[in-house]
Design a protein around this ligand. Structure first.
Ligand code: PLP
Length: 438
């Protein structure tokens, strides 16, 4: 349970560490979204729980933005990692058995994958995907969706979460981005095939690829219609452009074969990261041999480089995670059932209290929008009440339930959560939401 002292008080160890951090880390953190006005500082994690420096225990649905898939410090991953430490640090020449084993496993489980490259992060995987698409098509433009996040690099640094006046306009993710990169990225509306078709009409034979999160979890959970995904597949093929599924969140989480297995549509390229190695850094890009062979240093023309690519510890962790998922298909039935239990519980509470809120999600992922439904695309999300979500988040934290702090993101049920965890969370959410209404 949460402790009975205020975790935001200046007498906590977390607060003191944040003071020290602010001296040596910009903003006191190593990734901008980790500071949200609350001095979170963690000491450890175990299964579905994390513990902060002051000893407060939280039931964790943040799950490191989804990088924790099986649960914190899962022995099925950590034990093989422990055995690999001291043996397979790094070589910088040739290949290891681990890299071949990992790529083989990925090509076995991902429907559209014939070959794979390993990167260190999701951003590196999407950067490689976009570069490969440009090389393969000889075209420069990229289509992404308003609200979609594909990492921090220039090629995808446009129109992630936008203030209403900037949505669909020219909204850079950061200062310092090349104008040409921004101008080469075109913005469409999710679940609106006509918005994509219009871009192909406006820029004939100039679009290299459409990149999409098959479910845009960076704005919660906009579940695509079957027609939308099938329509995008047909449209990109007809136009000679590639379809890239960024499965950095959905991959391995929603099904062993990713969301492409769920929807039955194969992209040209697929990117991975996050949950793939249950918290160890690794990313990947997979696709057909004909495209992936462009990375071949002898015969190809696209540079594949990276000192740490395919490193032994990350490869070991990814192999262990995939092996576990392969031998425990109940991971999917369990997390999907728990996710459904959470979503239907939250929906009942919202209905009972008569709130202008909508519960969304898929599999083990759930989001609570403070906006009346239906929510189909980003346009609908512009009605979301961010202040209400912030209040909900803060009060849930105080009760010992760690949810994602940003209003348009998602929460994750891992392989370690139980029915009792979900029921306790629903009880707390009922109290919080009733209190917010009062
Ligand atoms: N793609 C998606 C869909 C993501 O959610 C993220 C990270 O949030 C990335 C790519 C970038 O991955 P990384 O943070 O590992 O660079």
């Amino acid at each position: 349970a949460a402790s009975d002292h205020d975790p935001r008080s200046s007498s906590t160890k977390g607060w003191a560490l944040h003071q020290a951090a602010a001296e040596v880390l910009p903003g006191g953190v190593n990734s901008a979204t980790r500071y949200v006005g609350h001095p979170y500082a963690f000491a450890g994690g175990d299964g579905a729980y994390v513990v902060d420096l002051d000893g407060n225990r939280y039931l964790d649905y943040h799950a490191a933005f989804g990088a924790i898939l099986l649960g914190h410090n899962a022995a099925v991953v950590d034990d093989p990692v422990r055995a690999a430490v001291g043996k397979v640090d790094l070589f910088g020449l040739g290949v290891t058995e681990l890299e071949v084993e990992l790529a083989t496993k990925v090509t076995e489980v991902i429907p559209s994958a014939e070959m794979m490259i390993a990167t260190m992060s999701g951003s590196e995987a999407t950067a490689q995907a976009v570069r490969l698409a440009r090389a393969a098509t000889g075209r420069q433009l990229l289509v992404k969706f308003q609200g979609g996040f594909h990492g921090w690099h220039d090629a995808v640094a446009r129109n992630v979460i936008s203030r209403p006046e900037l949505a669909y306009g020219r909204d850079p993710l950061s200062a310092g981005i090349l104008d040409t990169a921004l101008d080469s990225t075109l913005i469409a509306e999710f679940n609106d095939l006509d918005s994509v078709r219009a871009l192909f009409e406006q820029f004939p034979e100039r679009i290299a690829a459409v990149i999409m999160e098959p479910i845009p979890h960076n704005v919660g959970a906009l579940v695509p219609t079957q027609e939308f995904v099938e329509g995008l597949r047909a449209l990109t093929s007809a136009e000679g452009a590639l379809l890239i599924f960024d499965e950095v969140i959905t991959g391995f989480r929603h099904a062993l074969g990713g969301y492409q297995e769920v929807v039955g549509v194969q992209p040209d390229l697929t990117t991975f990261g996050k949950g793939m190695a249950n918290g160890y850094p690794i990313g990947g890009l997979a696709g057909p041999r004909s495209l992936m062979e462009r990375f071949d240093g002898q015969k190809g023309d696209v540079l594949l480089a990276g000192t740490f690519n395919g490193y032994g510890i990350g490869a070991t962790a990814a192999i262990a995670t995939i092996d576990h998922l392969r031998t425990h298909p109940d991971f999917y039935t369990r997390t999907h059932a728990l996710g459904e239990r959470m979503r239907s519980g939250l929906s009942s509470i919202v209905a009972e209290l008569g709130l202008d809120a909508t519960v969304a999600g898929f599999g083990g992922v759930f989001s609570l929008y403070f906006a009346a439904g239906p929510i189909r695309g980003y346009r609908d999300l512009m009605r979301n009440d961010d202040q209400a979500y912030a209040a909900f988040h803060r009060r849930m934290t105080d009760k010992g339930f760690l949810m994602i702090p940003m209003s348009l993101k998602r929460n994750h049920v891992s392989g370690s959560h139980t029915e009792q965890d979900i029921d306790r969370t629903l009880e707390a959410a009922r109290d919080v939401l009733a209190g917010m209404k009062a």
